[in-house]
Write a protein that binds this ligand. Structure first.
Ligand SMILES: [Fe+2]
Length: 425
């Protein structure tokens, strides 16, 4: 029996199918372009290879080709006749994921990983910022994420992928030295892994090392295919540093070439959240944002997130609708009962509405209680700095300058000397 790169047996006897399968998994683990083609080559070499079709479905999910993913899963089911116990359980986990049964899928991943920690395509479902733990809406989810990756790294050891996602989890709970060490070791083993360069950039951001981070990412991204899943988001990180370093020309150049809905190849959740956060962070830094950028983004949000449910996306849709003046769509989000953190989406959406009316006092009233635990909304700390900087701006606009300084010092000390907010001195 052939085995994958982690030594797990595969029900295929065709070496070309195995080799292409391994390549496909590596593309998913490294967030590099080419996973769909690799899995397609795998199942072309062995049309009876069930796990090859599961991999193809996962890759198509990243391509946002949901009908294609469903077709691949149907074929996987049809040829799943003589699978090992591990392969059958692997397929069952992806069935739950593709049916949108996220709580059950998360439990199934955790059970599966307890038995097969080296089954990385399954483990990966619960590792990233937008994974099933990250988007659970649970209090303490960042610690749960770290517990999950700790369990995996104990089993996998010096593996470039697990080190990169364990480093993410360490970074997000504030263990920055450990995170950086993990990223450097991961990148030394595989420098093309975007999950490692991404969180090396996050760690530099959390350390307040913006100039180092900006230079690092500019260099790293030069060899990263722009069709890759993290290209738009890494561009967002670069643009944020350009904003902080008052390089407005570069900010807009990156926005229009790599972040804006018309340009980005990213997943819709990244396109929406990165674009909305960047535009608003530019506004509160004192830049002029062209109104059509907001209306384009509001239209994009309506198309890709027509119904509330994914709370992290929902707060960004609400921002785009508010700034574009679409009160009707904003009202839907301000009243939503859906989503893993819908209770937080409602006040954030109301706050954006008040901000669009320049009613700073009402906005501050709505946003303040959200600040107690906005991690439940999902996203990284750097992404949720949208809320931190908005809160700071509202305190300033409402005439509470002393409180603004105390708040940023206690909540986000990296911004205490130089927050990119107009009027914060
Ligand atoms: Fe990021």
């Amino acid at each position: 029996m052939l085995v994958d790169r982690y030594g797990l047996p595969l029900t295929t006897s065709v070496p070309e199918a195995r080799d292409a399968y391994v390549t496909g998994i590596d593309h998913i683990l490294a967030a590099t372009f080419g996973a769909s083609d690799a899995f397609a080559a795998s199942v072309e070499a062995d049309p009876g290879f069930a796990l090859g079709f599961v991999g193809l479905a996962r890759a198509r999910m990243y391509d946002t080709d949901i009908p294609g993913a469903q077709r691949a899963m149907a074929t996987a089911r049809a040829c799943a006749t003589q699978l090992t116990e591990r392969e059958a359980a692997h397929l069952a986990v992806f069935e739950l994921l593709f049916q949108g049964r996220n709580s059950e899928a998360r439990r199934a991943v955790q059970d599966h990983v307890a038995d097969y920690p080296r089954d990385v395509l399954v483990a990966q479902i619960c590792t990233n910022i937008f994974g099933l733990i990250g988007m659970s809406g649970e209090p303490g989810r960042e610690s749960l994420q770290l517990a999950f990756t700790t369990q995996l790294i104990e089993a996998l050891g010096e593996d470039w992928w697990i080190m990169s996602v364990h480093g993410q989890a360490l970074c997000e709970v504030g263990q920055l030295d450990e995170a950086m060490s993990m990223m450097e070791r991961s990148l030394a083993l595989n420098n093309v892994n975007a999950n490692a360069s991404h969180f090396k950039a996050h760690t530099l951001y959390e350390q307040g090392a913006g100039e180092v981070g900006r230079a690092y990412l500019a260099d790293w991204i030069a060899n990263y295919d722009e069709r890759s899943v993290l290209h738009g988001h890494l561009s967002w990180h670069r643009a944020l540093w350009a904003l902080e370093q008052e390089d407005e020309a570069e900010l807009w150049k990156i926005y229009s070439s790599s972040i804006a809905p018309a340009a980005s190849h990213s997943l819709p959740v990244n396109v929406l959240t990165d674009a909305a956060a960047l535009l608003y962070r530019a506004e509160i830094a004192g830049l002029n944002v062209a109104p059509e950028l907001w209306s384009d983004l509001s239209a994009y949000a309506s198309r890709y997130f027509p119904n509330p449910g994914m709370s992290f996306a929902d707060i960004h849709s609400a921002l785009a609708h508010a700034m574009a003046g679409d009160g009707e769509r904003l009202a839907v989000l301000a009243e939503t009962q859906s989503g893993f953190a819908g209770d937080l989406v409602r006040p954030v959406a109301r706050a954006w509405g008040a901000i669009a009316r320049q009613d700073w006092t009402v906005a501050l009233h709505d946003l303040t209680p959200v600040m107690a635990d906005h991690a439940r909304l999902g996203g990284s700390r750097a992404q949720r700095d949208l809320l931190e900087l908005t809160y700071l701006n509202l305190l300033l606009k409402s005439g509470h300058a002393d409180e603004a300084h105390r708040a940023i010092l206690s909540r986000r000390p990296i911004f205490s000397h130089a927050a990119p907010v107009a009027g914060f001195g």
